[in-house]
Write a new protein. Structure first.
Length: 446
């Protein structure tokens, strides 16, 4: 039978087939592909974010390194993360993300576990740098994978389910890692939390395919319809074949600088929140872990709500700049209350952390709506590279300010200002008109 008009809005059409069966088959993307993507990104984030707990547990004292060296170790990850972003994205575009992610999982699991084994500063510095290299191609490769499986009207939610691996991982990691460190010590905890990535690599290889046509769990007609729709969506985008041309487009440069400022605030927040909370509230490590989980719980709820609203309206910027602004203002509140009222400062941290994560889905759905898929992988990698630079700057300087001043105020001020500036850059960007998306969808009906 023919698909109904309602079905046509939710799945690519224009071909004959059993509409109900095709719709059911397409729904399997959310059940088969996205859980695998979510787990993979969760493991990647585990092996980068647990460093903050090692620092809070006395890594510097155990290894006899200075506070500045400790900050450098946390920041070196981002220098490595920067190295293979664009080459990795180009490789994934040409050869597929599946095998690239498999190799990366194995290597970053081993390198993450080695953080708990190595005892010399130069070895740890090299390990942290290589860990960043191993993870550098994961995020753009997975974003590229999702552009081959989900349409414009689904992509904010698909991106959010990928990126939810970030706050959900920190949520459970914050609650559990503190107890693991108290029970096992920080070194054994790093080893224990590195092993799952190596094991999961083989599950990833079994579960994931690069294209709909390769998936045995997707009906052939559903795969054809989906690929047809994705192809027709490219009609409304500018024709850009050269990567260099795409990277110097004004909107790409603005998005990259915006993500730099955003990541400066975000990664300073992620890596140093346990230290800041423990010192500000005079808490045990286990209680620090529980309180650290609160901002990420708020982030999970907001990310889900914002991604749904963004896909319904197809207006991305409306769901980006206000949340970044609120986050920046909330962290400024933490700066003001840090010395006078820990409860008020912590409330601001929860609001700031939640709003900091909420716009991720719309932001990474916005990028493929501005450039065609011939260059979208490299563009997303370039923007993510600037985010890595921001992560290096944020993690290093927030930690450095913490070490120099002995309190959290200066670090929260830096994060606050960076997020407020990131919000302001949205006024130089414009959403693609909703009419344009409607015209692209109409093309599919022909």
């Amino acid at each position: 039978m023919k698909l109904t008009t309602e079905d046509q809005n939710s799945s690519p059409i224009g071909l004959d087939g059993d509409g109900a069966a095709v719709t059911k088959s397409l729904h399997r993307r959310w059940l088969y592909l996205l859980p695998a993507v979510f787990v993979t990104y969760s493991l990647a984030y585990l092996d980068r974010a647990n460093y903050g707990f090692g620092a809070a547990a006395g890594m510097a004292k155990t290894l006899h390194i200075t506070g500045e060296q400790n900050s450098l170790l946390s920041a070196l990850f981002f220098l490595g993360y920067l190295v293979f972003q664009i080459p990795g994205a180009s490789f994934a575009k040409k050869h597929g993300a599946r095998r690239l992610v498999f190799v990366s999982l194995v290597f970053w699991g081993i390198l993450g576990a080695l953080t708990g084994v190595l005892t010399r500063f130069w070895m740890l510095a090299l390990d942290r740098f290589l860990l960043g290299v191993a993870e550098s191609c994961i995020f753009p490769a997975m974003l590229l994978l999702l552009t081959r499986w989900f349409s414009h009207a689904e992509r904010s939610r698909a991106n959010t389910l990928l990126i939810l691996g970030n706050p959900i991982t920190v949520l459970w990691m914050s609650a559990i890692t503190g107890f693991l460190i108290e029970f096992l010590g920080w070194q054994k905890t790093f080893i224990v939390e590195g092993i799952p990535s190596v094991l999961w690599a083989f599950a990833w290889l079994f579960l994931v395919r690069d294209r709909p046509a390769d998936a045995t769990w997707l009906r052939p007609e559903a795969a054809s319809l989906l690929e047809h729709r994705l192809e027709r969506e490219q009609v409304s985008l500018p024709k850009i074949d050269a990567v260099r041309t795409a990277l110097v487009r004004p909107e790409v440069l603005i998005l990259a600088f915006q993500y730099f400022l955003w990541s400066l605030g975000l990664y300073g927040f992620v890596l140093w929140l346990p230290v800041i909370l423990r010192q500000g509230g005079s808490l045990s490590l286990s209680n620090t872990g529980l309180l650290t989980a609160c901002p990420y719980a708020a982030a999970i709820l907001l990310m889900i709500l914002i991604s749904r609203a963004s896909d319904r309206s197809l207006n991305r910027q409306r769901f980006i700049w206000p949340l970044l602004l609120v986050s920046g203002l909330a962290l400024f509140g933490s700066f003001l209350f840090a010395q006078s009222s820990f409860p008020l400062a912590f409330l601001c941290v929860v609001i700031g952390g939640g709003c900091m994560y909420a716009p991720y889905g719309p932001f990474f759905a916005f990028i493929p709506e501005k450039v065609p898929r011939t260059v979208s992988a490299e563009v997303m990698a370039f923007i993510n590279s600037l985010g890595a630079v921001g992560g290096f700057v944020g993690s290093y300087f927030v930690g450095w300010l913490q070490a120099v001043t002995g309190n959290a105020k200066a670090g929260y001020l830096l994060m606050s200002l960076s997020l407020i500036c990131a919000s302001g850059l949205s006024f130089f960007l414009h959403d693609s008109p909703k009419r344009q998306h409607a015209e692209a969808a109409a093309e599919i009906l022909k």
